[in-house]
Write a protein that binds this ligand. Structure first.
Ligand code: FAD
Length: 275
């Protein structure tokens, strides 16, 4: 855990995720080791989890798995976000955007927008807001961000299908107009309008890049070996202490028996090294 106190890691490559990334993120007293992918890759999830554990194994020596879980990222506003006097905001409302996976801004913004609506509808604390009052927040939200969700969904459908399509997207971002458009849209959270010439250029660029995508895509990926602990150090760590819990890391040696002292140990923070 000490190793990760001020450090987050992000891993890319088809061994850890064909279309997203994998991570080791520090939490309060443990780390989250995970990977993300599209729902149609559900069958791959176990092998992707293996992949991230394999890649991070030299950092996770003597780690303990305390919880394994998987959840869909709530991309796209849910159909029912206000029922009676209950209103959903943030991830609960499905406000993560496709393509960018951005949810923090939308969580904070929707919380504020909903709260402002409640304050306004309560008329200085003299009235309990009704379902119709709360739905005004939804109307404002959809008016402000509906187009953003739609455009990012279309982008994801076109460009996030495979490596070739993703390479095409990267290639397109070389164009100054595309950069301006994506930067402004990302910064101001609205769909930036284009003049007809830019629109035509963007369409042609999209078609060209998608067609050339296959030629641009890398044919294979070679994971980068850990740069942190060498084999000798890892083997020395494994030789002196037992692994708690069930993290299965290929090629790992464990001490044959745990010492009584180790058995009486308090549970360690997950995945914390003992060295
Ligand atoms: C791997 C990954 C990477 C991401 N990267 C980005 C990024 O780079 N940029 C970005 O903008 N977004 C990113 N997101 C999305 C972002 O994290 C979420 O959209 C955002 O945190 C949603 O905020 P929220 O407040 O709606 O929900 P949460 O952050 O999930 O907060 C909900 C809180 O409620 C608590 N809770 C749950 N049930 C109960 C209960 N019954 N009682 C009390 N408390 C409860 C939970 O413990 C949690 O603390 C990422 C998400 C993931 C998984």
């Amino acid at each position: 855990m000490a190793y990760y106190r001020d450090l987050a890691e992000m891993y890319v490559g088809t061994d850890v995720s064909p279309d997203f990334y994998a991570w080791v993120f520090p939490k309060y007293d443990h780390v989250a080791v995970g990977t993300g992918t599209m729902q149609n890759n559900q069958a791959l999830i176990k092998s992707l989890q293996e992949g991230i554990r394999e890649r991070a194994k030299k950092r996770l020596v003597n780690g303990e798995v305390i919880k394994v879980e998987a959840h869909p990222i709530p991309e796209h506003p849910r159909p029912r976000r206000v029922v009676g006097r209950m209103a959903l905001v943030g991830d609960a409302a499905g406000y993560v955007t496709k393509s960018s996976g951005e949810g923090i801004y939308f969580a904070a913004k929707s919380g504020r927008m909903c709260a402002e609506q409640i304050v306004e509808s309560s008329a200085g604390g003299t009235k309990v807001p009704s379902e119709a009052d709360l739905k005004k927040y939804l109307k404002k939200w959809d008016r402000q961000y509906g187009a953003t969700y739609k455009v990012l969904e279309i982008l994801q459908n076109i460009f996030y299908r495979n490596d070739a399509a993703r390479e095409a997207f990267v290639e397109m971002c070389d164009d100054k107009d595309v950069q301006r458009l994506t930067f402004d849209s990302y910064l101001y959270k609205r769909v930036v309008t284009m003049n007809p010439w830019q629109q035509l250029k963007l369409t042609l660029l999209t078609l060209g890049s998608v067609l050339r995508g296959n030629a641009l895509a890398p044919q294979g990926y070679k994971p980068v070996p850990s740069a942190v602990r060498d084999d000798a150090e890892v083997n020395a760590m494994l030789a002196v202490s037992t692994i708690k819990g069930g993290i299965k890391v290929r090629g790992q040696k464990t001490a044959p028996t745990a010492s009584p002292a180790a058995e009486n140990d308090e549970r360690e923070p997950a995945l914390a090294g003992k060295g």
